[in-house]
Design a protein around this ligand. Sequence first.
Ligand code: FES
Length: 80
Amino acid sequence: MKVTVCIGSGCHVKGARKIIALLQRLIAEGSLPCELELEACFCQGRCTEGVVIRLNDEIITGVSTENVEALVRERLADDR
Ligand code: FES
């Protein structure tokens, strides 16, 4: 699954870098049940709803270090 994290200035201020660090740690630990391809992107035009990520092609808003792992795991479970 491809996870794309917006690193535009609005999402940066809301903690995009911490979300990327958390995802990198989960990938390094191998604690997710599938391989993740992690990418960064620039502003997705929804800055007030950040942090914005895309799971494959689905845009998800309001992402934080508190909910990103659960969001990814839910999506992985749905894809099975
Ligand atoms: S900075 Fe992330 S949507 Fe604009």
